[in-house]
Design a protein around this ligand. Structure first.
Ligand SMILES: NC(=O)c1ccc[n+]([C@@H]2O[C@H](COP(=O)([O-])OP(=O)(O)OC[C@H]3O[C@@H](n4cnc5c(N)ncnc54)[C@H](O)[C@@H]3O)[C@@H](O)[C@H]2O)c1
Ligand SMILES: O=C(O)C[C@H](O)C(=O)O
Ligand SMILES: [Mg+2]
Length: 471
């Protein structure tokens, strides 16, 4: 098992060299001395006094971006202008764009897509608002809405910093399910203001994917929007995560000879994801779930100001355990982490039952790195793409929205979520299932189609579909 880490292995250093006092060789030598290997040089600007170059440098195992930058900056006459890596370069100018479906080539085209002809289409929609689904982008467009309050496990980093994640989700929607998704990061964390903003933009969208909004506000925001809008509103960190977790856990339990009803399951991080995962496991028949957050094990013997924690304490922890993670995890069959990076230790895992299942799903840094417990864990999964068994909501949200949009569902309900989980689990055949393969790859082309098909069936049988899709 190997993760690539967050630093790219190749970096690009933009340097300004004082042409009179520094030779290029000195810069190259400084990079080499710090463990870097210069593999390309691009001249950006040249002049009599100074030149600007982009140096592409491969970072050796012993080196780091910081060491190389420091070594280079220490050379007299060298000014380090910028350091980027392949990841940053991929983000230059953002990751998505909007393109018209047809070009406007002449006056005739112009008068059809725009004034005066467009007015006839506007009038038709005014007379029959349901035509918005057929005559505008509403039919295939989802808003990915965040307030930046719980971005991955990075926490409350605000709406500007949340944008790269939301753009990424939009890319995944398009690539995997051909859904046009638009990232919307709101500059408010006020519940009422978020509800009003989403309701205000809803006319242009066929669905709302709420993303990275922290608990407990996310519960009220989602519930109110579900009640007040007639398009699906789906908090991805709750339900997308729960659907994928459920699919992966069923397979892991099967492989280790356990059942949901008898396994002791510890859920760490009782926020958006932890709450929804627990609800889905309870609905599936789990009976021994213990939840833990910063305040310790949630137990009915205490009372909590957070109403969701109160609910949680009343519906879990049948043995009324108390204490911290050490007390919660002793003898547990399953650990589900949706909290923060690095909080689980090898000693914790050693204290679990034999052949334990550890799903360390915090992003980007899991609760524990697989290499630390490889020899003692039964089944291991993370939320990341650079380890085996990626339990990530990307396996759910493209397909579930594809299905919901195609049958014009008014909501995404429990039946549709369960259908999505069963679809994801079903993509792995019995003979393929192994400890390193409990959940299909994001790139498995059958996932979206299978999720879509079963979600549409579930929407129809539960009476929330407004349209019969063609195929
Ligand atoms: N793999 C996936 O698909 C996936 C999906 C959703 C969320 N996540 C990850 O799960 C984590 C939580 O996301 P969320 O949307 O539920 O956020 P959230 O803010 O709603 O909830 C996080 C909860 O974790 C708790 N927590 C933080 N540090 C803790 C600690 N040291 N010990 C115990 N509890 C702690 C917080 O108090 C909070 O209740 C993030 O790291 C996120 O990246 C992963
Ligand atoms: O964004 C991800 O990779 C998954 C999830 O939505 C998260 O918040 O961590
Ligand atoms: Mg998220």
């Amino acid at each position: 098992m190997q993760g690539k880490g967050l630093d790219g292995k190749t970096i690009i250093l933009r340097v300004e060299l004082d042409a009179r006092s520094v030779g290029f060789g000195a810069a190259a030598a400084a990079i080499e001395a710090a463990g870097g290997d210069m593999i390309a040089i691009d001249v950006i600007q040249t002049g009599r006094d100074r030149t600007v170059r982009d140096l592409t440098v491969k970072i050796g195992d012993s080196a780091s971006t910081e060491r190389i930058s420091q070594s280079l900056s220490a050379v007299p006459g060298v000014k380090l202008v910028n350091v980027s890596d392949r990841t940053f370069l991929l983000h230059l100018g953002g990751k998505i764009t909007i393109q018209p479906k047809t070009p406007i080539q002449n006056r005739d085209d112009l008068s059809r897509v725009y004034t005066p002809e467009v007015a006839r289409v506007c009038t038709a929609i005014h007379e029959d608002p349901s035509k918005a689904f057929t005559l505008t982008i509403k039919r295939n467009t989802v808003a990915v809405v965040s307030d930046g309050s719980a971005v991955l496990g990075l926490g409350n980093i605000g709406p500007y910093a949340a944008m790269p994640v939301m753009e990424g989700k939009a890319m995944l929607f398009k690539q995997f399910a051909d859904v046009d998704a638009f990232p919307i990061c709101l500059d408010t964390q006020d519940t009422e203001a978020i509800i009003a903003a989403v309701k205000g933009i809803a006319p242009g969208f066929g669905g709302i994917n709420l993303e990275d909004i922290s608990a407990p506000r996310c519960f009220e925001i989602e519930q109110r929007l579900r009640d007040e809008l007639d398009i699906p509103v789906f908090h991805d960190d709750q339900h997308g995560t729960a659907v994928v977790l459920y699919a992966g856990l069923l397979n892991a339990l099967k492989l280790t000879g356990r059942t949901l009803a008898t396994a002791k399951i510890v859920v760490c991080g009782i926020g958006a994801a932890g709450t929804a995962c627990t609800k889905m496991l309870l609905a599936g028949g789990a009976r021994n779930i213990v939840g833990i957050d910063r305040v310790g094990i949630l137990t009915v013997d205490k009372s909590y100001a957070n109403p969701m924690w109160q609910w949680y304490a009343e519906h879990t922890n049948p043995q009324r355990l108390s204490g911290g993670l050490t007390e919660a995890i002793a003898g547990a069959d399953v650990f589900i982490g949706v909290s923060a990076g690095g909080i689980l230790t090898r000693a914790h895992v050693t204290s679990m039952a034999n052949d334990p299942i550890v799903f360390a799903m915090a992003n980007p840094e899991p609760e524990i790195r697989p290499e630390l417990i490889e020899d003692i864990v039964g089944v291991f999964a993370t939320g990341r793409s650079d380890y085996p068994n990626q339990i990530n909501n990307v396996l759910c949200f493209p397909g579930i929205f594809r299905g919901a949009l195609d049958c014009r569902a008014t909501v995404i309900n429990e039946q549709m979520k369960l259908a999505a989980a069963e679809a994801i689990a079903s993509v792995i055949g019995e003979d393929e299932l192994s400890r390193m393969y409990i959940i299909p790859s994001v790139f498995n082309s059958r996932i979206v189609e299978e999720v879509r098909r079963r979600v549409i069936e579930a929407a129809q049988s539960s009476g929330v579909a407004r349209r019969q899709p063609r195929e």
